[in-house]
Design a protein around this ligand. Structure first.
Ligand SMILES: NC(=O)C1=CN([C@@H]2O[C@H](COP(=O)(O)OP(=O)(O)OC[C@H]3O[C@@H](n4cnc5c(N)ncnc54)[C@H](OP(=O)(O)O)[C@@H]3O)[C@@H](O)[C@H]2O)C=CC1
Ligand SMILES: O=C(O)CCC(=O)C(=O)O
Ligand SMILES: [Mg+2]
Length: 419
């Protein structure tokens, strides 16, 4: 058994393992690492665990049980491991070795300070897909007239782009060197204020694009979806976002046999499982952001770059009721770490106030990923019933007629009472 410095491995339970074909072996008592998270992480993570335990107990009558194993990151890690240890090596090792994990949000300061621990975790473990389903739950208050028409699944590239954090502060030696190189060696004449510019680098590769698009198209096949939309700003950023689009179309043709529609670039192929047509199309990001509000029913699977995916996730979440119920997963071919779309919402930290729904729905995705469908279904139905009962947290209560506002833990209890 692995020994850790500060992580306590539960006395009972086993690791989930991965087969050669990437399917999972899930024991009846899997050990699941969790990161509590900063800010509201301390409110929502215990509620998520309580709701998941209740759903698993109800679904399997004691036959199955999750053995939770706390691993540390963010502010809590600095209290345990020392002031500069934000993401301990043993946390990365546990998330990798135990295959399936879940995390609360982690703070990233604006401007200076540490770089994002969330991004570091994704990069270190090469969790290259950020999967964020966006669906409407009946009764949730939404700014749209027909929120049920928003039903999309975002495949956000999670390892590249301007998000990779390769940047140099204005007036630093490195920025000066890089600007001089760009001007003198590469003929870049368009840096408007070279003496006071910070510089960021935006790597976007064919390999990174292809592995993301492969997953998005396979998802559309497996879930019988009508289309995959590639979202990019390739008219302006031609060799990063534009190439993303071109590589995506090329992959659809090369690996899935897609054929051009009316000379392209849109293309289509028949779903090998159902025979139904899957259309591969693209949309420029600014236009896409208005299309999803005005014509959401025309979009299904969305494949996009890292930064676009970040913006689109929150925008789409708002359409179906907000980031209080927006779940997600960071995935490689073998490892998956589930997490809410929202951040640490610091003004609400420790107040037992916010909606735990995003992390609970992330756990629902986790249970489904493990093949524990019955427990996952119970979570969905109890969430729907809880919303139907109008006992909801502040974010929904402030927009819902006749609602009773409950706390974060109170909402978890309402869900458990509905199981
Ligand atoms: N994966 C991660 O760990 C992420 C981390 N972050 C980090 O989080 C920190 C704070 O970021 P910030 O920009 O404030 O964004 P947040 O997502 O933390 O919060 C923005 C607003 O969203 C609403 N909100 C967030 N969570 C909930 C919830 N559970 N229930 C109901 N409403 C919610 C609140 O709206 P209202 O004010 O209307 O009540 C809140 O003020 C930053 O350091 C950022 O880097 C951000 C995103 C993801
Ligand atoms: O890492 C962070 O602090 C922010 C990340 C984020 O907003 C996201 O992944 O959606
Ligand atoms: Mg975000």
């Amino acid at each position: 058994m692995t020994t850790f410095q500060h992580i306590q491995v539960p006395a009972e339970g086993q690791k989930i393992t991965v087969n050669a074909d990437m399917s999972l072996n899930v024991p009846d008592q899997p050990i699941i690492p969790f990161i509590e998270g900063d800010g509201v992480g301390r409110d929502i993570t215990p509620v998520m665990i309580k709701v998941v335990n209740a759903a698993v107990a109800k679904a399997y009558g004691g036959q199955r049980k999750i053995q939770w194993m706390e691993v540390f990151a963010g502010e809590k890690a600095t209290r345990i491991y020392g002031p500069d240890v934000w993401l301990p090596d043993e946390t990365l090792q546990a998330v990798r070795d135990y295959v399936v994990s879940i995390k609360g949000p982690l703070t990233t300061p604006v401007g200076g300070g540490i770089r994002s621990l969330n991004v570091a975790l994704r990069q270190e473990l090469d969790l290259y897909v950020c999967l964020r389903p966006v669906q409407y739950f009946k009764g949730v208050p939404s700014p749209l007239k027909e929120p049920e028409k928003t039903n999309m699944v975002i495949f956000r590239e999670n390892s590249e782009d301007i998000y990779a954090g390769i940047e140099f502060p204005a007036e630093s030696e490195k920025a000066k060197k890089l600007i001089a190189f760009l001007q003198n060696e590469l003929g870049a004449t368009k840096i408007r204020f070279p003496n006071t510019s910070g510089i960021g680098i935006k790597p976007v590769s064919r390999e990174g694009t292809e592995r993301l698009i492969r997953k998005a198209i396979q998802y559309a096949i497996d879930h019988n979806k009508p289309s995959v939309t590639i979202v990019h700003k390739g008219n302006i950023m031609k060799y990063t976002e534009g190439s993303f689009r071109d590589w995506a179309y090329a992959l659809a043709q090369k690996e899935f046999g897609a054929e051009l529609i009316d000379g392209g670039p849109w293309c289509k192929f028949a779903n090998p499982n159902t025979g139904k047509e899957i259309i591969i199309k693209d949309s420029i990001a600014d236009a896409f952001l208005q299309q999803i509000l005005l014509r959401p029913a025309e979009y299904s699977v969305v494949a996009t770059l890292n930064l676009n995916g970040d913006y689109i996730s929150d925008a789409l979440a708002a359409q179906v009721g907000g980031i209080g119920i927006a779940p997600g997963a960071n995935m490689s071919d073998s490892v998956a770490c589930f997490e809410a779309t929202h951040g640490t919402a610091p003004k609400y930290a420790g107040k037992d106030y916010v909606n735990p729904g995003s992390e609970i729905l992330s756990a629902e995705m986790m249970l489904r990923h493990m093949g524990w469908k019955e427990a996952a279904d119970l979570i969905l139905t109890s969430l729907e019933k809880a919303i139907g009962s109008k006992k909801v947290t502040y974010d929904f209560a402030r927009l819902m007629d006749g609602a009773t506002q409950v706390s974060c833990s109170g909402f978890g209890q309402v869900m458990i009472d509905q199981m």
